[in-house]
Design a protein around this ligand. Structure first.
Ligand code: EPU
Length: 424
């Protein structure tokens, strides 16, 4: 059945207990896949999450000329074969489905000298422009022409440039970084995004033969290399910090005790600190994070910010936690204007939340109660599932196709921790 027609049914459960393993990060693997366009040959990615967006990105790469062969049950192995026959055109049908499709722009432009790209889609968080991507590439010598809904980019050979972002955009950092790999001379990106997924991309590119300094910091220095300096490699995708937080939230709202295997505490310092303020006992372990939840959490105020701040993708989970914590939490969204739509769904479950522009005031209630709700996007969908764990009675979540875009077997993983959850 088309997952758009399926629902997830969750019933109130006791404390979740046990171990859950976090797969690789969506927001890393999609970028690593796009970067395989830089080099001919066979690339192997492991720890690839079994999510719909990987298949969409695979189809996009196939349309451009890179074959893909995916073995989700074999350590999440994805084999990408770039035979060198590249058509630098990213068609609308695929681009409109995921925001990460924009990540083919940098590699294709630096490799082929021209790209035709439909303007990207993905989650509907209000307007999500790409002006910083285009301005950075323009500073490196690219020209752009807008033809109906397509951007046509050209650059015989990009050259190095000093680029200072007014905001550390994840996607713009990645596009400039990959484009700079073959640019003539040195590119410096100041106020670069430094999410762990960007460090993962830097590590991957360096292993391939790129010359990059400062990965994981807010200044990236990329010395352009010749095209034949790159070779394909085998690379393990960094674990997904947002999925990790999802299982922490599941433990938190059920008063449970869960070990999140493969979660990297060093990638989640800020959210872990805030979870501790809410009353969770968080113990970093060599292979993950152990979480012990109190009977009732305390509220906190928080604001979303670029890494190392609290990522906007954690927000629906934390708002769900606040909705049953004791006290009042004030939440400020600094990244996306339209990212409070799931609040209406939480209200259907009995949460007490009011929103005003970028702010939400969450008054913790003693108990949520089950109801039919709809997932408006990936992270909000997961948060509604987590809310359902804490809600009295039955919660039925539709819009499951959104959840499948970014979550690898959320239902199975929660069921193995003891949740009463199924899909139908
Ligand atoms: N922005 C601009 N101009 C630009 C680029 C960005 O105005 O040229 C604005 C955006 O409109 C947005 C803000 O800057 O308001 C942040 O955008 P950013 O470029 O940092 O984000 P992104 O690359 O589009 C990635 C993730 C998102 C995550 C954000 C922020 C991927 C595929 N997506 O998006 O993840 O929310 O960074 O951390 O990596 C998700 O996984 O569910 C998801 C939405």
């Amino acid at each position: 059945m088309d997952s758009g027609a399926e629902v997830i049914v969750v019933r109130h459960a006791g404390p979740l207990r046990g171990e859950v393993t976090v797969p690789g990060a969506k927001n890393s693997v999609l970028k690593l896949m796009a970067a395989t366009l830089l080099t001919d040959g066979v690339t192997t990615l492991t720890n690839v999450p079994d999510i719909a967006d990987v298949a969409i990105m695979g189809d996009l790469l196939a349309a451009i000329g890179v074959g893909w062969d995916w073995h989700p049950t074999d350590r999440g192995t994805l084999v990408l074969t770039n035979g060198g026959q590249i058509t630098p055109v990213a068609p609308y049908e695929l681009v409109e489905r995921i925001r990460a499709s924009i990540n083919v722009l940098g590699p294709l432009l630096t490799r082929c000298g021209t790209v035709t790209l439909s303007l990207p889609g993905g989650d509907d968080f209000g307007s999500r422009p790409i002006d910083m991507h285009l301005a950075g590439l323009e500073a490196m010598g690219a020209t752009f022409e807008l033809r109906k809904g397509d951007v046509v980019a050209r650059a015989e050979r990009l050259h190095g440039a000093n680029i200072t972002f007014e905001f550390p955009s994840v996607g713009a950092t990645e596009n400039i970084l990959t484009a700079a790999v073959f640019a003539k001379g040195t590119t410096v990106i100041d106020n670069a995004a430094r999410e762990p997924e960007i460090s993962d991309l830097c590590n991957y590119l360096v292993a391939m033969g790129a010359d990059i300094e400062g990965g994981g910091s807010s200044t990236l220095v990329i010395h352009g290399v010749e095209r034949d300096s790159l070779r394909p490699v085998t690379h393990e995708v960094v674990p997904d910090r947002i999925q990790a937080a999802t299982y922490i939230a599941a433990a938190a709202v059920t008063g449970g005790e869960v070990v999140v295997i493969n979660a990297r505490p060093e990638h989640m310092e800020m959210p872990l600190r805030r979870f501790a303020e809410m009353g969770l006992t968080i113990t970093p372990q060599t292979n993950g994070i152990a979480v012990w939840a109190p009977e009732r959490m305390r509220s906190i105020d928080f604001a979303t910010l670029p890494y190392p701040g609290i990522a906007t993708d954690y927000k629906p989970l934390i708002v769900t936690m606040l909705s049953i914590a004791s006290g009042v939490g004030i939440v400020t969204e600094n990244l996306y204007p339209g990212r409070f739509r799931y609040v209406e769904e939480l209200l259907r479950l009995g949460a007490d939340i009011s929103t005003d522009g970028h702010h939400a005031v969450v008054r913790g209630v003693a108990q949520l109660s089950g109801a039919p709700v709809r997932a408006p996007d990936i992270r909000a969908g997961a948060a509604l599932v987590i809310a359902g764990l804490a809600a009295e009675g039955e919660t039925v979540i539709s819009g499951v196709d959104h959840i499948d875009r970014g979550y690898d077997d959320l239902v199975g993983r929660l069921a193995r921790l003891g949740a009463d959850i199924s899909r139908r």
